[in-house]
Structures are given as C-alpha cells and as structure tokens.
Design a binder for this molecule. Structure first.
Ligand SMILES: C[S@@+](CC[C@H](N)C(=O)[O-])C[C@H]1O[C@@H](n2cnc3c(N)ncnc32)[C@H](O)[C@@H]1O
Length: 263
C-alpha cells in the first residue's frame, strides 16, 4: 500500500532529512507554532515527517498527533522524541497512516500540513480525499493551515529544468561533505506535475563518495484551483499569505499559505 510513495520509504534519504539546511533551516516553524499557541487547541499534523514542526509545537503546551505514511520518517521522529523530557513527549502521539484516507474518531481545532506534502498528491481524486478527511476531523470553528509553493512560470515553461546544484557542498555535523544536484526528469504539463530527481553526493573523511538518488513528484497549484478544491470538500479560504512572515499573497510571492475553515 505504501510502496507507491517510493521517495520517503528509503532510509538512505530519510537519514539525511534533518541534516539538509533547506529543510532544517526552513523559516516556517514560528508561523505554525504561533498559530498553535494562539488557538491553544489539540493539533493534528498530517505528513509530520521527522517531527520538524510537531516537536516545537508541543512546547506551546498543546497535544499533538502526527500522521505520516513513511515508516523511516516516523522512526526518526520517535528517536527524536525519546530525547525529550517525558512530560513533553507524552503530549505527542505518532500514527502511521495515509492523509488521503484516515479516521481518528476525534476532531481538532487545528490541522496543519506543513512543507508541501499536499503537492505529493498528484490526482484530483487523492487531493479531494485528503481535503474531505480534513473536513471530517475539523471542529466547526477549527482551522486547517497548509502551504504549497507558488509555481514559478519559468519552470513550468521549461520542462527540462536542471541539473542545478541546489545545495552547494557543505559540511554535515558528522564531518561528511554533502552536495545536492536536482533536475526535472519529466514534466506532465497538462496535469501540472513534475517528476524530480535529487542526487546527493556524500563524501566521507577518507574521500570516498556515496551517491543517493531520490525521486519525487510535485503537483503545482494556483490559488483558484485550491479555492475550488477546498470548496468541493466543504471548506473555504479564511486567509491567504505569500510568506511565513504573514505577508499577503502576491503574484510573485514564494509561497501560497492557506488558512481554511469549514464553509
Ligand atoms: C517534505 S516532508 C514534510 C515533513 C514535515 N511536515 C516537515 O515540515 O518537515 C513530506 C512528508 O509528507 C509525507 N507524506 C507524503 N504523502 C503522504 C500521504 N499520502 N500520507 C501521509 N504522509 C504523506 C512524507 O512521508 C513526508 O514525511
């Protein structure tokens, strides 16, 4: 059931996740933490990964449930949790599941989907299944907050994008050197999704280079399409930001950050 999502099922990649600066230094954490703090309600994080966002949220004092389908990502999350004090760790539950089809028998005042997992849902059917599951788990006054990147028209028009070095050589905390090169393998123009390949080259202290290839797919969304999808799932946009400093969405904003609620 989980094999179709090949990329996050590989330990070799998930081992790297927390090391990569474009992930670990992403400036979205305060945004999500502030919403959790302000609402002070139980939080459900879909596509929680290694707990990059969930763990800082538990420190606001709320309870968090993290859901993800990837065993290796959840394994990393669990090992990070084991390093936390018990009164922090006990406020967090981790569930293995698919965000397009889950049933938790509980409603939440805040459901979050940070750092673009929604873009891994290629078909409209899966997107709607995810949004309808969200609606079923949201309290009537609850908030659903998620982000996708604002599609870059140049990339959309040049399907043979890359290869480019998007993570220049840097030293990881274990002394190994890492470089990442990315490229678009195939562009599905009509259905607005791309197949990506990321090549990680990791050089150890003896100069031996190990290569890891990660493949992933990303769907592109424009605002009016998200608006329509939310509407079809019984949800509506309450607020729309263009970046994690809560600036309003503009055509050239880097992100589309949706705050949605029940229609
Ligand atoms: C870019 S990571 C984001 C992880 C985390 N939210 C963060 O901000 O660091 C995407 C995550 O979405 C998860 N994911 C993708 N599709 C999923 C699905 N259908 N159901 C559950 N998790 C999914 C992946 O396993 C991965 O952990």
């Amino acid at each position: 059931m989980y094999e179709k999502y090949g990329d996050y099922s590989e330990e070799s990649f998930t081992d790297l996740y927390d090391y990569l600066p474009i992930y670990s230094q992403r400036d979205d954490i305060n945004f999500y933490v502030e919403w959790a703090n302000r609402l002070d309600k139980d939080v459900l994080e879909l596509g929680c990964g290694t707990g990059r966002v969930s763990i800082p949220i538990i420190y606001t004092g709320v309870n968090v449930i993290g859901l993800d389908y990837s065993m290796p990502m959840l394994k990393k999350f669990k090992s990070k949790l084991e390093q936390e004090e018990w009164d922090i760790a006990e406020r967090l539950s981790i569930i293995r599941g698919d965000m397009t089809n889950f049933r938790l028998n509980k409603k939440f005042g805040l459901i979050i989907l940070p750092f673009r997992p929604f873009q891994h849902l290629i078909s409209v059917e899966d997107q709607l299944k995810c949004l309808k599951s969200v609606r079923d788990h949201l309290t009537t006054d609850g908030y659903f907050i998620f982000d996708v990147f604002n599609p870059n028209p140049e990339r959309l028009l040049s399907p043979a994008f890359g290869p480019v070095i998007d993570i220049p050589r840097f030293e990881m905390s274990d002394g190994k050197m890492l470089t990442r090169t990315s490229r678009v393998l195939k562009s599905h123009w009509k259905d607005k999704w791309n197949e990506y390949e990321f090549l990680y080259e990791i050089e150890d202290l003896n100069g031996i280079i190990k290569k890891i290839v990660q493949k992933t797919t990303m769907r592109y969304f424009h605002v009016e399409e998200i608006e329509l999808l939310l509407d079809m799932a019984g949800l509506k946009i309450l607020e729309l930001y263009g970046d994690f400093d809560s600036s309003p969405y503009e055509p050239n904003s880097p992100e589309e950050i949706y705050v949605a609620g029940i229609k």
